[in-house]
Design a protein around this ligand. Structure first.
Ligand SMILES: [Zn+2]
Length: 97
């Protein structure tokens, strides 16, 4: 699942959006499937690529017009997107019990 970090994002690409968990911990922050709807701004030396996403949650879809790409796995926080890879807890994990 390791992807080329230089892979250019494109409209229609399937990426991961990181959801915000709830403050009380009822819901954890996690990777959700998302489709790139628009390229907003390309990456520079100091800023990440920004895209518009359609986010597919199990109980609904939502839209966000401007989200930054996480620059490393440590920066995969709520409100960012990244290419799916082996660091995603939802990939290669066991089925929920
Ligand atoms: Zn992920």
């Amino acid at each position: 699942m390791e992807r080329d970090p230089d892979l250019q994002v494109f409209v229609g690409a399937t990426v991961h959006y990181v959801s915000f968990g709830t403050p009380g911990g009822e819901y954890e922050s996690q990777c959700r499937a998302a489709t790139v709807a628009e390229l907003v701004a390309g990456p520079t030396d100091i800023t990440p690529a920004r895209v518009a996403l359609v986010v597919h949650n199990p109980k609904g879809t939502f839209y966000d017009p401007n989200l930054p790409q996480a620059q490393g796995k440590e920066e995969r926080v709520g409100g960012t997107w990244h290419w799916p890879d082996k660091h995603c807890p939802t990939i290669g994990s066991e089925w929920p019990k």
